[in-house]
Design a protein around this ligand. Structure first.
Ligand code: ZN
Length: 85
């Protein structure tokens, strides 16, 4: 059985940024773009090294990088609300 669940990723200002399927347990460090659901920021389609910002408070959410050949958002831990699974 596959372990994981959909979690809501929110900015510290309270804005819901997107939902993400998190496999396994632990802190979310990065999010693979193709696993984003309900992308409220418009992260999908952004180029590598883009820095998406929160539509509400305009803080940087992180940076888009290629990880093992796939686009992923490396989260800025200072901006994202901590998530526990
Ligand atoms: Zn914000």
């Amino acid at each position: 059985m596959k372990i994981g669940k959909i979690v809501s990723i929110e900015c510290k200002c309270g804005y819901q940024l997107f939902r993400y399927f998190k496999a396994g347990k632990g802190k979310i460090i990065k999010c693979f773009i193709d696993k984003l659901e309900d992308d409220f920021v418009g992260i999908k389609g952004m180029e590598t090294y883009s820095k998406p910002i929160c539509p509400k408070c305009h803080k940087e959410l992180g940076i888009i990088m290629m990880i093992r050949g796939k686009a992923a958002l490396k989260l800025n831990q200072g901006t994202i609300k901590p998530i526990r699974i």
